[in-house]
Ligand binder design. Structure first.
Ligand code: F6R
Ligand code: MG
Ligand code: MG
Length: 360
């Protein structure tokens, strides 16, 4: 069995929250190379989206392995030291604990993992986001695995025709349920349409074989206060019984509105970009998603191909820029501003308290 572990964190960037610089990547690279020499992992690639560093690792130790998670944690700690030395912004921002304790879950970094027997040829994609939250994947994952208007294979290919199972997490209750699609599609949509409460955590084939996994940690709920956006990652298996690469990518051809952007408190369009263009600048955004495609070969990573680095996504980016203009014109008003419960920054309690005697 091969395990894919994508573990990410924001441990500092420049200027402000725009980009994790190469000097941090070099630190992470050194630690992961050592981990590879010590056979803790088989292979790795270090991706980046905005101020987030994304470790794409392969190994044979299963999900939630403490050695693998500790390796990731140590690499982020080394990068944090470098970020402090360079005076970068938000140094160590996502490392919420002073010490590692068995698993990165709940400690700040996000993780999306999957364990499976490699097929004869195993293409997979990783989607890396910045300035948004895990529920940003609700719409595209539904399109990929549930919507025949997006994924022709659901209609045409006997190996996809029976559909998929979606694991939906209620992230306020910390509970999850599996829903089968197409049988329970309307129930599924009733939940995942409410992206402030429900997020797709996993997608599986009907026989339980993993298809997709999302990092669903919500940092604001972990820390009880704002400590940075959760900026999720997702892993998606493709071809031969799964959506084709182009079907998975097609799900991002519409730049849908996601929560995040400036101060994690605004709705804005999710713009698919190349790694090079994952530098959210306008109003700290708009939110970005990068797609890196690999082939697995006996646990080794072949690739990546930077998939949104393609002219076929130019119109999507143009639409995202128009949507960004349109949303910005709302200034401090909803629905550009998120609902009261989802604001990462707010002065509302203080303002209400100050004015309480003036409301009659
Ligand atoms: C959003 C984000 C940024 C910051 C903003 C204010 O996820 O990271 O938009 O929220 O730049 O940052 P601070 O509070 O660090 O000055
Ligand atoms: Mg940051
Ligand atoms: Mg970020």
């Amino acid at each position: 069995m091969t395990t894919l572990s994508v573990i990410k964190a924001d441990v500092g960037s420049l200027p402000g929250h725009v980009k994790a610089p190469n000097k941090l990547i070099n630190e992470v690279d050194r630690v992961l190379e050592e981990g590879k020499d010590e056979n803790k992992i088989t292979d790795y690639y270090i991706g980046r989206c905005g101020d987030d560093i994304d470790l794409i690792m392969t190994h044979d130790k299963g999900k939630n392995d403490s050695d693998v998670h500790e390796l990731a944690w140590n690499s982020f700690e080394e990068a944090t030291e470098k970020a402090k030395e360079l005076g970068l912004y938000g140094a160590g921002q996502d490392l919420l604990s002073d010490a590692f304790s068995g698993n990165v879950r709940g400690l700040g970094p996000g993780s999306a993992e999957m364990e499976f027997d490699e097929r004869e040829s195993e293409p997979f994609l990783t989607f890396l986001c910045d300035k948004t939250s895990p529920s940003a994947f609700n719409l595209p994952l539904f399109k990929m695995f549930g919507d025949p208007s997006n994924t022709a294979g659901l209609v045409l290919d006997p190996s996809l025709h029976e559909g998929f199972k979606f694991t939906v997490q209620d992230f306020y209750e910390g509970k999850k349920a599996d829903l089968a699609c197409p049988e329970e599609m309307y129930d599924l949509l009733a939940l995942i349409g409410i992206s402030s409460k429900f997020a797709i955590e996993e997608v599986k084939k009907k026989d339980g074989e993993p298809a997709a996994s999302v990092s669903t940690e919500k940092l604001n709920l972990i820390a009880g206060e704002y400590v940075g956006k959760d900026d999720p990652v997702a892993v998606v298996r493709c071809q031969s019984g799964y959506p084709a690469v182009g079907e998975a990518l097609e799900a991002f051809s519409f730049p849908h509105l996601v929560p995040g952007w400036m101060r994690g408190s605004h709705n804005g369009p999710l713009m698919p970009v190349s790694e090079e263009e994952a530098t959210p600048t306008r109003f700290d955004g708009p939110p970005r998603v990068v797609a890196l495609g690999f082939q697995l070969n006996d646990g080794k990573l072949v690739g990546p191909r930077d998939l949104f680095d393609d002219p076929s996504f130019d119109e999507t980016r143009k639409k995202a820029k128009k949507a960004a203009d349109y949303m910005r014109r709302h200034g401090p008003f909803q629905p550009h501003l998120l609902g009261e419960d989802d604001l990462e920054y707010t002065t509302l309690p203080d303002v209400q308290d100050k004015l309480k005697d003036r409301f009659e």
